[in-house]
Design a protein around this ligand. Structure first.
Ligand code: UD1
Length: 356
């Protein structure tokens, strides 16, 4: 059986790594890896391939940045050629980035079978580009591989029957378990004790100058009580520069981190403050309280079972929830079903049991 994986942006890389490793152990499987190049900076892409031990891509489409339409269209044009040349039996797409939906559209039109890893997550907020990517990708997929229990009813409501849905578990957590022993704390100037890890990159938080200013001001205040380690995505960096905001000395701005550094920093943190989907899940798996600066989440299981609390952009709520965590009364969380390090094995089992 010939399986072709498509990845493009940072959050895809930790998802594909354990799935490639699982299929590599099975007989009779040929694998092809396509990198669309949606993320191209070495610290958003190459470092993840090295640290996650992902084989070099067989095909690099080098699409780069652009508006949503341009980026999606560029992936489609180049990926169509790849599919026609490589003729896979199954295409695996991951998560909810523009590369995911672009690849799914190409395959659906060419009649090539698609499996969506991390299907069925919904924030029910169509202002989020990722929500549109999830909706369309799931409608086009033949096989829906879900990471948490609420995904199947979400998909059923959209007319997708249960016989195409398999609850396999969370491949992000496979990677946490697989590589935890290699996690390495980075050297950070000015860090010598307790800290919180902060990441922010959602357009809804960083593109509007007033919202961004309010968030940065609250972080400056919080940093008087606890140092904040804040690795910055390029989008956020350019928005902070445009605002002319100079963060307080307790906010330790960093270039984007590698995976092993990010996991180590999460594990050692008092708490995580983020708008990332991946960090909401990883902090739950690691048992670290997480305050999510978003009005909604497509990963509600991290709130109901895990350590996550949604605080929206209400900065008073951020301050009060932060105080709770510092007082030791933050959410403890419990384990989530099938976040057990074996999701990729289940994916290989499901796909290899189907006709090619
Ligand atoms: C993308 C995903 C988002 C994911 C995030 C993780 C979509 C719609 N969004 O958002 O779901 O959480 O990745 O990082 O697919 N840029 C660089 N270097 C790069 C790539 C991008 O500097 O290697 C800059 C460019 O200015 C670009 C901007 O970042 O315009 C945004 O990149 P893009 O891939 O469009 O979206 P992200 O915000 O990274």
């Amino acid at each position: 059986m010939h399986i072709l994986h498509v990845v493009g942006a940072r959050p895809n890389f930790m998802k594909v790594a354990p799935v490639i490793a699982a299929f590599a152990e099975r007989d009779g499987v040929q694998q092809t890896l396509v990198h669309t190049g949606q993320h191209y900076d070495p610290n958003l892409s190459d470092i993840f391939f090295e640290q996650l031990e992902i084989p070099r891509p067989d095909v690099s489409l080098e699409v780069g940045s652009g508006s949503h339409a341009v980026q999606t269209a560029e992936v489609m044009i180049k990926f169509e050629q790849t599919i026609l040349e490589r003729k896979p039996d199954w295409v695996l797409v991951y998560g909810d980035v523009n590369s995911t939906v672009a690849a799914a559209l190409v395959c659906a039109k060419l009649g090539v079978k698609i499996a969506h890893v991390e299907a069925g997550l919904r924030s029910y907020d169509r202002r989020m580009p990722e929500e549109l990517n999830r909706l369309v990708t799931d409608q086009l997929s033949d096989l829906l591989l879900t990471s948490s229990p609420e995904a199947e009813p979400n998909l059923n409501k959209e007319g997708i029957p249960s016989n195409r849905i398999h609850f396999v578990g969370n491949v992000m957590i496979d990677t946490v378990f697989r590589l935890m022993h290699k996690a390495q704390m980075p050297d950070i100037d000015g860090l010598n004790g307790d800290y919180a890890l902060v990441t922010l990159h959602r357009p809804s938080n960083v593109d509007d100058p007033e919202t961004l200013k309010r968030i940065l001001t609250a972080l400056d205040e919080i940093s008087e009580q606890l140092k904040l380690v804040f690795p910055i995505h390029p989008r956020t960096r350019s928005r902070i520069d445009a605002l002319g905001h100079k963060p307080a000395t307790g906010v330790l701005l960093q270039n984007p981190l590698g995976y092993l550094e990010c996991v180590a920093l999460q594990k050692g943190a008092k708490l995580v403050i983020t708008d990332s989907g991946g960090l909401q899940e990883e902090s739950t798996a690691l048992g670290i309280p997480c305050l999510t600066v978003r009005e909604n989440t497509e990963r509600p299981v991290t709130c109901t079972e895990g350590t996550n609390t949604l605080i929206g952009t209400d900065m008073d709520l951020l301050r009060s929830e932060f105080a709770k965590v510092i007082a030791g009364t933050g959410k403890a969380g419990k384990s989530v079903p099938k976040w057990d390090g074996k999701a990729s094995e289940r994916i290989a089992d499901v796909i290899l049991s189907l006709p090619s």
